[in-house]
Design a protein around this ligand. Structure first.
Ligand code: GLU
Length: 276
């Protein structure tokens, strides 16, 4: 068993991250497996080295360790580019020049507003007719042609639900696989890296459950294995809102400064004390 924790270094880790990391770590320990850390820093406008250092520090303090070197997504852009080439050459991607505003306007029915799917506004397909021949455009937004993609794969239970081609087409739509400023996207990178690291069990929050069918689809298109997915409850604040990166009050660092112990963090999120 290989599990992982894959934070983005864009703010302090909070109790929700502690829960996720500890669950993945405990699961690997209990099975005599391996826990890996991966830094998801493709958004270079938001990632900061200082937050990355804080992640290492907080996780070590919680009693978590991992093999070095840590995989960092910003080192892996050529690998993502190769996967984009593969999908481009298969005719599954097209360049999109729409602005967010145009998408909302084009997608909105007069009374109902823009249709929202599990990955945000369902793209109305404005750029779908664009030229797909020649070399893959770089520095462009690339979308997955979901109608073609969904027809190329077979469907199986991804531990969430059985997803039919129509669900992909009508409830998700043409997702962005390369952002202009990054040359990749969360969906593409996470799938490639889980496979590259041999992750057998992905442990992550229920907020990402909606992304799992997209990931299972990409795994089939790229001929990668589908790991087991475990989506855990979200840790909420006293008002029931889920914790956000900016929620410094529940940052692990804040609890550390206030004198809490790693065991009391475990208790707060409802985990048994560690026996490792
Ligand atoms: N990097 C993502 C985040 O910080 C998590 C990715 C995942 O677990 O699939 O929320």
């Amino acid at each position: 068993m290989i599990t992982r924790f894959a934070p983005s270094p864009t703010g302090p880790l909070h109790l929700g991250h502690a829960y996720s990391a500890l669950l993945a770590y405990d699961m690997a320990q209990a099975a005599g497996g391996t826990f890996l850390l991966r830094i998801e820093d493709i958004d270079q406008t938001r990632a900061r080295p200082g937050w990355e250092m804080q992640i290492y520090d907080d996780l070590h303090w919680l009693g978590i360790d991992w093999p070095e070197p840590v995989m960092r997504q910003s080192d892996r852009l050529p690998t993502y580019a190769a996967a984009l080439d593969q999908l481009w050459n298969a005719g599954l991607l097209y360049p999109c020049t729409c602005k967010r505003r145009d998408i909302a306007a084009a997608a909105s029915a007069p009374q109902e507003g823009a249709p929202i799917g599990t990955d945000g506004i369902i793209y109305p397909g404005t750029c779908r007719h664009r030229n797909r021949s020649g070399p893959r455009p770089t520095g462009a937004v690339l979308r997955l042609d979901m109608t073609r993609a969904a027809r190329q794969v077979t469907y199986h239970d991804t531990s969430t639900q059985i997803v039919l081609p129509d669900t992909f087409i009508n409830a998700i739509g043409d997702v962005v696989l390369a952002r202009r400023d990054m040359g990749t996207s969360y969906h593409l990178s996470v799938v490639i890296d889980d496979a590259a690291q041999g992750i057998t069990d992905v442990v992550r929050g229920a907020d990402l459950a909606a992304a799992t069918p997209i990931h299972a689809l990409l795994q089939q298109l790229l001929d990668l294995p589908t790991p087991r997915y475990h989506h855990h409850k979200l840790i909420r604040d006293d008002t029931g809102k889920r914790l956000a990166k900016r929620d410094d009050a529940r940052a692990i660092a804040t609890y550390r400064t206030a004198g809490h112990s790693p065991q009391s963090i475990r208790q707060m999120v409802g985990l048994p004390s560690s026996s490792w």
